[in-house]
Design a protein around this ligand. Structure first.
Ligand SMILES: *Cc1c(COP(=O)(O)O)cnc(C)c1O
Length: 349
């Protein structure tokens, strides 16, 4: 058996999704004439209670378009130190938008509003950098798929309002947060000025993200999307996959969460310090191999020999992600296989 748990981006479009793509009505989206793109942008905006959305090929671009509408060159965005915007977008905010960032560090990425608010320095004048926006990642990827507390988001919003700061939500996996917490997408949406969401993570589309905000900001974002070279033409065939994902793949994220929990519980039973199942909120299982005598990459190689692919993201940090293409049989196989690898590693040295 071969089980790919490296990311929820590895899913393959199903036959039904491909059929929906093949039959989608399309037009030239640079002219605003692709009906499937237009309806997807409107649909996602409506889901989050926002005025407008713009379709992008990647979540990174959706984040970048959003934050550049909030933060002027030379101004500052605050973000958590392990957030995707800071660590995995290759400095795009600095390179393309002249945005400077300062970070706070949070255990497992969990938001405490005060961490961000106490750092903010809006309208700093001619000496210090002025803060204009704060970014929140929900769920937090490198934090282990953790769901942010709605109470902390509410506090952050209140404090941001007082200081005149904007808020951005990196919602690459906001659908996982929604399914795990039961909090509606509109309730998440109302606290943020801009939002990015991915259709290509747990929802299983091959490509596609959306940036959401006011009509005015999205009109600007559309100009920047074209300037960055991502004005696309008959891209309704991709937007159709997004519609299909929204129709079929939201509620089933609960299965991904259950399977991640199963794998975490199995590994916890071999060595408790590797993962606390209570810290697994959604579809990501972070493994801490600090008490294991091999490195994360050695662990990944041994697992791969048994057909289970996982990510080594640090010397002692590995990540497992469940998704659409993992069923109960592959869950059981990978949990048992990873448990065996762990067991062998513990007795090997
Ligand atoms: C995957 C991801 C993104 C976007 O990634 P792309 O590969 O550019 O689509 C943004 N934020 C988070 C938290 C992610 O996990």
């Amino acid at each position: 058996m071969r089980v790919n748990l490296r990311s929820d981006t590895v899913t393959l479009p199903s036959d039904a999704m491909r059929a929906a793509m093949a039959s989608a009505p399309v037009g030239d989206d640079v002219y605003g004439e692709d009906p499937t793109v237009n309806s997807l942008e409107e649909r996602v905006a409506e889901l989050f209670g926002k005025e407008a959305g713009v379709f992008t090929p990647t979540g990174s671009l959706a984040n970048q378009l959003a934050i550049r509408t909030l933060v002027a060159p030379g101004e500052e965005l605050l973000a958590e130190s392990n957030s995707h915007i800071v660590r995995a977008e290759l400095g795009a905010a600095a390179v393309f938008s002249g945005i400077t960032t300062r970070t706070w560090t949070a255990e497992r990425g969990l938001l405490h509003a005060q961490d961000a608010l106490s750092m903010a320095k809006p309208n700093s004048g001619a000496y210090l950098v002025s803060t204009t926006a704060i970014a929140v990642e929900n769920t937090h990827n490198f934090g282990g798929g953790t769901v942010q507390s709605i109470e902390e988001i509410r506090k952050l919003h209140e404090g941001a309002q007082e200081q005149g700061l904007s808020l951005h939500l990196d919602g690459a996996r906001i659908f996982n947060a929604h399914v795990a917490s039961g909090i509606s997408l509109k309730d998440y949406g109302k606290y943020f000025d801009t939002i990015s969401v991915c259709l290509s993570k747990g929802l299983g589309a091959p490509v596609g993200s959306i940036a959401l905000s006011t009509s005015e900001r999205i009109t600007k974002a559309r100009i920047w999307r074209k300037r960055y070279g991502a004005g696309m033409r008959q891209v309704g065939i991709l937007a159709a996959a997004g519609h299909f994902a929204l129709d079929n793949n939201i509620a089933r994220l609960a299965d991904d969460h259950r399977r991640a929990q199963f794998i975490a519980t199995k590994l916890h039973s071999v060595l408790a310090s590797v993962v606390d199942p209570q810290h697994v909120h959604t579809n990501i299982v972070s493994l801490n191999l600090i008490d294991v005598p091999i490195s994360a990459s050695e662990f990944a190689v041994l697992a791969k020999e048994e057909g289970v692919l996982i990510s080594a993201l640090g010397p002692k940090f590995a990540r497992i992600v469940t998704h659409l293409d993992i069923d109960d049989a592959s869950m059981e196989y990978s949990a048992q296989t990873l448990a065996n690898v762990l067991q062998r590693a513990l007795v090997s040295k």
